[in-house]
Design a protein around this ligand. Structure first.
Ligand SMILES: O=c1[nH]c(=O)c2nc[nH]c2[nH]1
Ligand SMILES: [Zn+2]
Length: 443
């Protein structure tokens, strides 16, 4: 099989920068040798060229080649309600998201939505996504068909709920099991498709429906699991009331047997230490969706606590609670929000952000042997970020200060003031400013 040598500036993070400070691999004049869609070698272009002189070269210089982005939380039926800002979660679901989700009962509408959604993901450089599907089995079926057409690595499933949404979005445990089973048999492992068992959240899922989800997970041991957790204070309170015997939100899934290394739970903004400990011990990942957390006012994600506990974390766009498909934007927002948290935040460098948008997502989905970096043996799932022709392209030449270098540097001694403000309230002594040497207390 012919190999092709791609020439570009390459960046990838085969290790986690949270544990390996030198995790970023950067090759300014880099090369990737690809054969049959699989990466054979990566590194400096000159060395690869010397070792493979006959390989045809595809020249992609002038931009950046990164592993394709991996979105670990995004809702198929919400692509047309992106940007409904200003409401907290439960009001937003009722007024904005759920009425639109009900429209996917119509197959023609559902197909059009699937196409918009896939355009959005691929346009943002996302090549793998963990997709919250539709409540309607036929819409999920259509989605898998459309995803196969465009080559997205779709890890998706039918969303199931049996209370507190809208009647047309409710199902029963028996029907959820039967429709889930049929979709798994039709799509799981076909081409790039994988199936995810998807109860919407414990607020809308009875114990019966969580048990039906667990039955599918037992019967098909490599399908994935996804849901929401601890997103909004009011939501957490309602869930506590609905599951009086549960220790906390996570326990509602745990008791059904749904928490393990095949799982990704979205948000987790308000976790207890117990929940973090269990997630870490079971290897269940959390999808952090910072634009959604900001848009719905859900709160600040305690990334530092997740990292300290050892919980795997990756990034999600959470369209349409989130504001768009770009994981570059999610990374930037994550950075801003961690900054705003001060001491409680985790400082994020560009290497952390690249990792969270690529390799961390692959690990969360159990796909790290296939995608997420440019290591040999990986699929050639990549995104080429190239500026439009004519855009000035000046690499940033600023040097970063060392992590613990004092900043700001000490200030020079302050000049002696010539005039000092009057010490009385708002200068009401009538003299305004004191003359040199007159202490404010004499005013
Ligand atoms: O951000 C969210 N988007 C949703 O659609 C949803 N459903 C339950 N919980 C949710 N959170
Ligand atoms: Zn969501």
């Amino acid at each position: 099989m012919t190999s092709v040598l791609y020439r570009a500036t390459l960046l990838h993070t085969p290790e986690s920068p949270f544990t390996h400070p030198d995790a970023l691999r950067a090759h300014e004049d880099g090369g990737l040798l690809v054969s049959g869609g699989v990466i054979q070698a990566s590194g400096d272009f000159a060395a690869l060229r010397a070792a493979h002189p006959a390989a045809p070269v595809t020249d992609l210089r002038g931009g950046l080649l990164l592993p394709g982005f991996i979105d670990t939380h995004v809702h198929l039926p919400q692509v047309r309600v992106i940007g409904g800002l200003g409401l907290p979660l439960l009001a937003w679901l009722e007024g904005c998201a759920l009425p639109e989700e009900a429209r996917l009962a119509d197959d023609t509408y559902a197909r059009a939505v699937a196409r918009d959604f896939l355009d959005g993901l691929l346009g943002a450089g996302t090549t793998t996504a963990l997709v919250f599907g539709s409540h309607f089995a036929s819409a999920v079926d259509l989605f898998f068909e459309e995803a196969a057409q465009v080559g997205l690595r779709a890890v998706a499933g039918q969303v199931v709920s049996d209370r507190l949404l809208r009647d047309e979005l409710h199902t029963t445990p028996e029907r959820a099991y039967a429709e889930g089973r049929a979709l798994i048999e039709r799509w799981h492992g076909v081409g790039r498709a994988l199936y995810t068992v998807t109860p919407r959240f414990s607020l809308s899922a009875s114990e019966g429906i969580l048990d039906a989800c667990a039955a599918l997970m037992t019967e098909f041991p490599d399908v994935r699991f996804t849901s929401h957790i601890n997103e909004n204070v009011r939501e957490v309170e309602v869930v506590r009331g609905l599951f009086p015997g549960a220790r906390d939100y996570l326990d509602t899934y745990e008791r059904a047997g749904l928490v393990n290394a095949r799982g990704v739970l979205a948000h987790n903004i308000h976790p207890s230490d117990r929940e973090l400990g269990v997630l870490a011990e079971r290897g269940c990942a959390v999808s952090h969706c910072p634009c959604s957390n900001s848009a719905l006012g859900s709160g600040f994600f305690p990334l530092r606590r997740h990292l300290q506990a050892g919980v795997p974390v990756a990034l999600g766009s959470d369209v349409g609670g989130g504001t768009g498909f770009s994981l570059l934007k999610e990374g930037l927002q994550a950075h801003f929000m961690q900054n705003l948290m001060g001491e409680a935040g985790a400082p994020l460098t560009p290497a952390h952000l690249l990792y969270l948008a690529t390799r961390a997502g692959a690990q969360a989905l159990g796909l790290e042997a296939q995608v997420g970096s440019f290591l040999p043996g990986q699929q050639f799932d990549a995104v080429h970020l190239s500026p439009l022709p004519g855009t000035p392209w000046t690499p940033c030449s600023a040097t970063r200060p060392a992590r613990n270098a004092p900043w700001p540097p000490p200030l020079p001694p302050a000049p002696r003031p010539i005039l000092r403000a009057c010490g009385s309230a708002a200068g009401r002594c009538g003299r305004g400013l004191n003359g040199p040497g007159r202490p404010p207390s004499r005013c």
